[in-house]
Write a protein that binds this ligand. Structure first.
Ligand code: GDP
Length: 476
């Protein structure tokens, strides 16, 4: 019987990276996703001083990502869109303007208070969910917590300004997430607007719009004058169609916390995005280390509703505390189960805190002094699947002493922008089944950037793990 390192770590209540490190010490080069045989597993369990009891104890927890809904239960669901772009290019204005299209189209009036995320219905009756997440930092933080909730990114670029640092960041983050992008060239009402300049400049960042024979849709808009917003919505709907987004509506709900706060009158309130199932008033749930019971569901119009289905952003009242953005809210069978899971998670959290707490000033000082070393890399691969796999594999090489930081990971040949990014950060470039183009090769020579090529992920992780160990030096 074999088990993945990750699964074993979960059952033991240990960090996957710690197990990988231990295995490394045993001269076994494996990642969290690889399987090990029973003898090795038992050795590890022994090494960490665990016994079988701990295993069954861990089974108390629910793992939401584990069980997949059968294909035949899936139904089409609306796309979830995040708007990104440089500051002042018009993200907020666009969010407001799009919400306005819905208000005038649907039953208007009576909106006194509403949540930041909302749904819009297109002329053709297609629903689109817009998330109000401030900036790419939130997007990436959510992603780091495994909350890949965004299906499509709308990149806002002001036609009178151009490609700015945060525009490039947004592009990198979007690409790293493997999420399709639609470019909204904003502020077209301004006389100095130059959309063709934007399109050309985007080429430098490998964003090729359709009119330049690429596959990225673009649309010229004015958030201020509210022009061409319907066209933008149509393009989102078209992109969504290609993605064939589906979720199972008839099951216990699962949702992601988008934001949460303590409301004076209403207590802890969370804005969540339903990822599957249907959330109903009265449902018992677990979120983070808290259990709760849905006291009220408030939709994006500020109205109380009885239930909410996939891709709907709603406010949930009835939480035991304030959860973190990115937490999974999962409905469970009954209160006893909810309490059991919440309590188990609380104990785990306390255990971790005690384990991490410095015992005296000396150790506290040592902890501060021994900062975690960062190991930056730029990754390019032939297909998105490989990018994701390499990202995960590299991430799993991190431990308490050294952390892999993927500056940029993308699909395609190694380009000049990859080399400049790598050079600026002293990072090696990892090419998986790809090679640099001619210009990039020149730059590599000039800037002395280290290049590494692989065609087997195992070789890649093996070598990088060795490099990382070397980085730490013999004294650590
Ligand atoms: P954000 O920082 O990306 O959220 O940008 P904002 O939505 O706050 O917009 C920044 C500024 O640009 C504000 O003064 C807006 O009024 C202005 N703005 C946004 N969209 C347009 C537009 O389409 N045309 C013009 N002329 N100004 C706009």
């Amino acid at each position: 019987e074999a088990i993945t390192v990750g699964e074993l770590a979960k059952r033991m209540g240990e960090k996957g990276a710690d197990l990988v490190k231990e295995l490394f010490n045993l001269d076994m080069m494996v990642t969290v996703n690889q399987t090990i045989d029973q003898d090795t597993a038992e050795l590890l369990v022994d090494q960490f001083g665990h016994n079988i009891e701990r295993v069954s104890e861990a089974d108390v927890d629910i793992d939401t990502a584990e069980d997949q809904d059968p294909e035949e239960t899936l139904k089409p669901r609306p796309p979830v869109v995040t708007i990104m772009g440089h500051v002042d290019h018009g993200k907020t204005s666009l969010l407001d303007a799009l919400r306005g299209t819905n208000v005038t189209r649907g039953e208007a009036g009576g909106i006194t208070q509403h949540i930041g995320s909302y749904q819009v219905t297109t002329k053709d009756g297609q629903k689109i969910t817009f998330l109000d997440t401030p900036g790419h930092a939130a997007f990436t933080e959510m992603r780091q917590r495994g909350a890949n909730v965004t299906d499509i990114v709308v990149l806002v670029v002001a036609a009178d300004d151009g490609i700015m640092p945060q525009t490039i960041e947004a592009i990198n983050h979007t690409k790293a997430a493997g999420v399709p992008m639609i470019v909204a060239i904003n502020k077209m009402d301004k006389p100095e607007a130059n959309p063709d300049n934007i399109r050309t400049r985007l080429l430098e960042h490998e964003v090729i719009v359709e009119s330049m024979s690429g596959d990225v849709q673009d649309v010229e808009i004015s958030a201020k004058e509210k022009t061409n917003l319907d066209e933008l919505l149509e393009k989102i709907a078209l992109q969504a169609e290609l993605l064939e987004l589906k979720a199972r509506p008839d099951r216990m709900a699962e949702a992601r916390v988008i934001e949460a706060q303590l409301d004076k009158g209403r207590g802890p309130v969370a804005t969540v995005l339903i990822t599957r199932g249907t959330l109903k008033r009265g449902d018992t749930f677990v979120v983070g280390t808290q259990s709760g019971r849905v006291r009220a569901i408030v939709n994006d119009q500020g109205k109380q509703i009885k239930e909410a289905g996939p891709a709907m952003p709603v406010e949930v009242l009835g939480l035991g505390g304030v959860p973190r953005a990115g937490d999974v809210l999962a409905v469970v069978e009954n209160e006893q189960r909810a309490r059991e899971v919440a309590q188990y998670r609380q104990e785990k959290a306390t255990e971790k805190r005690t384990a991490l707490a410095p015992t005296n000033f000396d150790t506290m000082f040592n902890n501060i002094a021994s900062d975690v070393v960062e190991f930056p890399v730029v990754v390019k691969a032939d297909v998105q699947g490989s990018v994701e796999a390499i990202n995960t594999a590299l991430h799993n090489l991190s431990n308490d002493l050294i952390k892999v930081r993927v500056l940029h990971a993308g699909v395609g040949a190694i380009t000049e922008s990859d080399v400049s990014l790598a050079a600026a950060s002293g990072a090696p470039i990892i090419g998986f089944n790809v090679r640099p183009n001619a210009k990039a090769r020149e730059l590599v020579k000039r800037d002395g950037v280290e290049m590494k090529y692989y065609d087997v992920i195992y070789h890649l992780t093996e070598e990088i793990a060795k490099e990382m160990a070397g980085e730490l030096g013999p004294e650590r």
